[in-house]
Each structure stands twice: as structure tokens, then as C-alpha cells.
Design a binder for this molecule. Structure first.
Ligand code: DC
Length: 232
């Protein structure tokens, strides 16, 4: 049995974070929280309201009158924006484009980080994003930082898009990804970086199953340590 641990998983796009986090949560019977989807929902709201995603004041004001909820339905996480299920709309290219400036607005981060902390408070959660181990849940019992080579991450995205019928040249994806990495790592607010106490897992040569096994085993050994500590 694994105690109600709090597990933080961070890493760049294409590192396998979302799939891994979802499967780890499933294996442990924990809730899976995709924080990127929360930022995406905020970006979608801006687009719907005709607010320029780069207008920081207008986006900040929006953050205070937006309700984002996460609901577990049929084993999957659904995101509700002001009461409407928008899960299917969050990966649209226009949302992906708008989320970069939106997630850099302080007020947006304050509101969403607060909500994420509330969700993580009672443990039994796998939360995935860019700043979970560093900012949102700095006291998480298990912190993982997933990474993979740029070439491999771009290849994964290429295959993912191709499966959806979109043929985008690998070279173009690689360039976009490198740009996004740079933006995520160099932004002033909660940049993407590995927490000092996070365990780095390079997934370049790992399958999803291997990544999941590694993290589940780490969680199990942590729980066993906890129990032994309590017994003695
Ligand atoms: O993981 P994703 O692609 O769905 O994330 C969408 C955007 O949100 C991405 O530009 C990074 C940002 N993000 C963030 O700033 N902090 C998080 N905890 C999660 C995502």
C-alpha cells in the first residue's frame, strides 16, 4: 500500500510528463492534476472574451472572474471553465499560442497556484507542470524532473500530431520546441527548473512503461520507509 503521498512531476514539453503522471496516478489510485490545462483554460477564456492575451492588465482582471474546476470523470480529468466542460478545446493551436503570454501574468499564477495548493493539500495526488516542485508544492514527498533530448521530444510530438492527421516537419517542431523551452526557462515568473531535491529521470531511451515503473517504485519505497520509520 502506498500512503497518501504528494508527487510533483515537472519537465519540458515532450518529456512524457502528462502520460507518465496520468499512469502513475492510475497505478497508485491517486488524483492526477494537469496544471498546464488550467493555464490553457485561462487562455481560452481570454480568446473567448476577445481579450488580447498579451494585455497583462486585462488578463489579470480576467483571472479574478474566472472559475476553473477539475473533475474526475470516467477515470479521466475534465476541465470546466465557468461551468462548461472545455477539456477537448484546450489543445487547439490558438490556445497553445495564447497560453504563453497568459501564464506569465502574475495574477493568473497567483490564482491558479493557490487553487493547485488546495488540491494538493491532502496528498494522494500526482501533480504535473513546470513549477510544481519549486513553487506549488515545495514540500512534496516525491519530486521528479523528467527530461529528454530535444530531438527525441520533437520526434514524439511529430508522431503524436501525425496520429491526429497533422503532418508538420520534424525540423519545424524542433525549432518551435527549442523556442518554447527557452521561454519557459527564462521567464521571470516561476521559470521551468529542476528543484534541488527533485530526482532527474532522462526519458530519451525509456518507454512510458519504464518511466511509470521507476516513479511508482520510488513512491512505494518512500511509503515503506515511512512505515518503517513509524514502527521503530
Ligand atoms: O504542459 P502544457 O503544454 O499543457 O502547458 C501549457 C502552458 O502552461 C505552457 O506554456 C507552460 C505553462 N505552464 C506553466 O507555466 N506552469 C505550469 N505549472 C504548467 C504549465
Amino acid at each position: 500500500m502506498t500512503e497518501n503521498l504528494t508527487i510533483a512531476i515537472d519537465g519540458p514539453a515532450g518529456s512524457g510528463k502528462s502520460t507518465t503522471a496520468r499512469l502513475v496516478a492510475q497505478r497508485l489510485g491517486y488524483a492526477y492534476i494537469d496544471t498546464g490545462a488550467m493555464y490553457r483554460a485561462m487562455a481560452l477564456k481570454a480568446l473567448r472574451e476577445g481579450v488580447d492575451p498579451k494585455d497583462r492588465d486585462a488578463v489579470a482582471e480576467l483571472a479574478d472572474r474566472t472559475r476553473i474546476e477539475l473533475k474526475q470523470q470516467d477515470g479521466a480529468m475534465h476541465i470546466y471553465l465557468d461551468g462548461e466542460d472545455v477539456t477537448e478545446k484546450l489543445r487547439l493551436p490558438e490556445v497553445t499560442k495564447a497560453v504563453t503570454p497568459v501564464c506569465q501574468v502574475n495574477r493568473v499564477r497567483q490564482v491558479l497556484v493557490e487553487q493547485q495548493r488546495q488540491i494538493g493539500r491532502n496528498g494522494a495526488v500526482v501533480m504535473e507542470g513546470r513549477d510544481i516542485g519549486t513553487v506549488v508544492l515545495p514540500r512534496a514527498e516525491l519530486k521528479i524532473f523528467l527530461n529528454a533530448s530535444l530531438q527525441e521530444r520533437a520526434k514524439r510530438r511529430y508522431l503524436e500530431l501525425r496520429a491526429q492527421g497533422l503532418e508538420i516537419p520534424l525540423r519545424q517542431l524542433k525549432k518551435q520546441m527549442a523556442q518554447r523551452d527557452k521561454q519557459d526557462m527564462s521567464r521571470a515568473q516561476a521559470p521551468l527548473r529542476k528543484a534541488e531535491d527533485a530526482i532527474l529521470i532522462d526519458t530519451t531511451k525509456l518507454t512510458i512503461e519504464e518511466q511509470v515503473d521507476k516513479i511508482v517504485n520510488l513512491a512505494k519505497s518512500l511509503s515503506a520507509e515511512d512505515r518503517n520509520g513509524q514502527d521503530s
